[in-house]
Design a binder for this molecule. Structure first.
Ligand SMILES: [Zn+2]
Length: 123
């Protein structure tokens, strides 16, 4: 799990709008997302929030679209609940919890005792 792997697999940034989400993101897939805004002066993305859906990434992103708090999103499908959790933790730490709007550390799915790959929170 590296920044290079993320950059290779994450989508482009798209407008966070329900129609755009439906067009870009398949239903019923699990995955992680990044919400924020493309910076005006350089080709980077200003990350404001990260998250995941263990059931339906499309639905979760459309919820965020209805809240109208973030202008754009990027996403990445994951192949398993474990991979999904590990990637959300990666994003959470990589983009610095102090700068993100996320209030809490990513949670594990019910019944799982996986450690965070980046910190000792669950040790
Ligand atoms: Zn952690």
């Amino acid at each position: 799990m590296t920044k290079e792997e993320l950059e290779k697999n994450v989508s482009e940034s798209y407008e966070l709008d329900s129609n755009v989400v439906n067009f870009r993101v398949a239903e019923g897939r699990l995955g992680v997302y990044i919400l924020g805004q493309t910076a005006e002066t350089w080709s980077d993305f200003y990350v404001q929030r990260v998250g995941r859906s263990d059931e339906d990434l499309n639905e979760r992103l459309r919820q965020h679209a209805r809240e109208k708090k973030y202008p754009e999103f990027m996403f990445m499908y994951c192949g398993s609940l474990k991979e999904n959790f590990d990637w959300e933790c990666f994003l959470y730490h990589e983009f610095d919890p102090k700068l993100l709007h996320n209030v809490y550390h990513p949670d594990r799915p019910d019944g799982e005792d996986w450690p965070c790959p980046r910190c000792t929170k669950f040790d």
